[in-house]
Design a protein around this ligand. Structure first.
Ligand code: ADP
Ligand code: MG
Length: 308
């Protein structure tokens, strides 16, 4: 095809086109993108092939304009582009930048699995974790874990038991660790333990209890948030927490904890007393041994950062 503009003008004025079609196509044949495309591909195109591609060119201009105006298109999220296929013009749809960014974000989010956790963990990042004197050691321990895990994910790494009072940022730090790991494509599972315990109790008698527990038990990286926040029945202690800890220790799977209690308090004040008020020091000790195998205690002290 020699003179693109001439071919397009001729197409417009061909007598066989009725006026309606001509009106429809005039803006298409004058379109700057269409012109530039035909110019760039004129070696592969003939005036006949351009004429027979009229509906494709029309589709392209329509869809492109809708896309640019952010209106619903034939292929939402995809941007129309013109291509030459076998000497004919066709419209191809390529993923828009927005679609690719959304997909990336979805993939990232899917790597931080959470069960009854506050939404704010999605926004938690090491960069925003203000380290004061007391929180610096927790931040360092978290960074050390992430570095060790990312360097050698197939070996056991002791995780952290974050202890400290309400509002010091324990949950925030767990979220920051999970997000950092997600950026390296590692999947973490964060579980608000008291809520999970209630869920397990409600699932007694249903046939999906084992399945629900297995998902948590077998998570590649697990974070149990707020252990000890609610009174734990012997059943939850032994059949839920105990089962999870046993499995994770045997399989050397990274397991984080956060608690308002120190390890010592958790053992003596929480795990040891059953709901009938009886003391079961051996059971508590066994559980604590597993926790200590899985995690190092880091105490976080500081101001309560909760607004409410
Ligand atoms: P904890 O789990 O120890 O009770 P949280 O992690 O829930 O404490 O933190 C309490 C509040 O402070 C939350 O609303 C959290 O979003 C906020 N917060 C904690 N640490 C930070 C931080 N470094 N930057 C911004 N907000 C923070
Ligand atoms: Mg918390």
């Amino acid at each position: 095809m020699e003179n693109v503009r001439k071919v397009l003008t001729e197409l417009m004025s061909k007598r066989k086109l009725d006026t309606k079609f001509q009106n429809l196509m005039s803006s298409v044949y004058e379109d700057a993108d269409v012109l530039a495309f035909c110019e760039a591909h004129k070696a592969e195109l003939s005036s006949d092939s351009v004429a027979r591609s009229a509906s494709k060119l029309y589709e392209y201009v329509q869809e492109r304009d809708k896309f640019n105006r952010h209106e619903p298109t034939l292929m939402p999220g995809y941007q129309p582009v013109l291509i030459v296929n076998n000497h004919m013009i066709e419209v191809s749809y390529k993923p828009s930048k927005q679609l690719l960014a959304d997909e990336k974000q979805r993939e990232f989010n899917s790597r931080v699995k959470s069960v009854n956790m506050p939404k704010m963990i999605r926004r938690a990042h090491f960069e925003d974790f203000y380290p004061d004197e007391n929180r610096q050691s927790a931040l360092n321990a978290a960074l050390d874990f992430v570095q060790a895990y990312e360097t050698d994910p197939h070996h056991f790494h002791k995780a952290l038991y974050l202890s400290g009072s309400f509002g010091v940022g324990k949950t925030y730090l767990l979220g920051a660790i999970a997000n950092e790991l997600a950026s390296q494509e590692f999947v973490s599972t964060l579980v608000h333990f008291p809520s999970f315990a209630v869920e397990m109790k409600n699932a007694i008698g249903e046939n999906n209890l084992a399945e629900k527990l297995n998902i948590i038990k077998e998570a590649p990286i697990l974070m149990l948030d707020d252990v000890g926040a609610d009174a734990m029945s012997s059943w939850v202690r032994d059949e839920v927490l105990g089962v999870i800890l046993e499995y994770r220790m045997q399989n050397e799977l990274p397991t984080f904890f956060s608690s308002n209690f120190s390890m010592d308090q958790l053992e003596k004040e929480h795990l040891q007393i059953n709901q009938r008020g009886e003391s079961e020091p051996l059971k508590a000790k066994r559980l604590m041994e597993r926790i200590k195998f899985l995690a190092t205690e880091v105490t976080m002290v500081g101001v309560n950062r909760r607004q409410s």
